[in-house]
Design a protein around this ligand. Structure first.
Ligand code: SAM
Length: 214
């Protein structure tokens, strides 16, 4: 899956993944991460999610990563924020108040560029990537955030019934990617009404990933 695939989807407004409401699992479970007041939350592959507005309302700082500049222009518009835009090589940084979004390929981000991260919120990021990229993504994500704790939302269904995003990411796969650096806690498994693009059954799995002490 190429970056062009996503850029085209944004150009064509083909964004069925975008939720009109704040994700209920964020509202319900983010507090379990015990992120400090005014902590900084990294939202990888963020699109223009309304979850960013929720995080800002809770007084968190937010740093995001997104390929599509169209998405980020729409995000700042929806928040009624005027961005200061700075170019860093292949990346652009959109900033206003407590919000900073890196526009470009997440794999071009470094620990220094991202800065301090107290927690990660992954909804629609790991599951957006094909298996061949997911190992690279999880290794990169943990590297650039120093294994910051995560709230991770995945979906699980029979991948042989369809190809494409959102991909099914099993509990075993989450364990394989992350058990070296995190203690994994599966906090919710919930049936997805009407399945994933016609494939049923499908379940949403919600994980808390706590940083290992060692
Ligand atoms: C399934 S959408 C999820 C968006 C958002 N997390 C949400 O919940 O609405 C995946 C997003 O990742 C972005 N994306 C895909 N590959 C990327 C990459 N390599 N670097 C940064 N963003 C990427 C896409 O443009 C798209 O907006």
């Amino acid at each position: 899956m190429s970056n062009n695939y996503w850029l085209k989807r944004w150009q064509n407004n083909d964004i069925g993944f975008h939720e009109q409401e704040v994700n209920p699992f964020l509202d319900r479970y983010f507090t379990n991460l015990n992120v400090k007041h005014n902590g900084r939350v990294f939202v990888p592959l963020c699109g223009k999610t309304n979850d960013i507005a929720w995080l800002l309302e809770q007084q968190f700082k937010v740093v995001g990563s997104e390929l599509s500049e169209d998405a980020i222009i729409q995000l700042f518009d929806s928040l009624a924020l005027i961005a200061t835009v700075t170019t860093y090589g292949a990346l652009k940084l959109y900033q206003a108040h407590n919000l900073a979004i890196w526009v470009g390929d997440i794999f071009a981000l470094t620990t220094t560029l991202v800065g301090v991260v107290d927690a990660i919120y992954d909804r629609g990021a790991l599951v957006a990537l094909p298996l061949a990229l997911r190992g690279k993504y999880t290794a990169h994500l943990t590297k650039i955030t120093h294994n910051a704790p995560q709230l991770l939302i995945c979906c699980v269904y029979d991948q042989s019934q369809r190809d494409g995003t959102p991909y099914s990411v099993s509990a075993q796969e989450v364990f394989d990617h992350y058990h070296r650096v995190y203690t994994l806690e599966l906090i919710k498994c919930q049936r997805i009404k009407n399945g994933i693009k016609g494939v049923e059954p499908a379940n949403a799995l919600v994980w808390l990933l706590h940083k290992n002490n060692c």
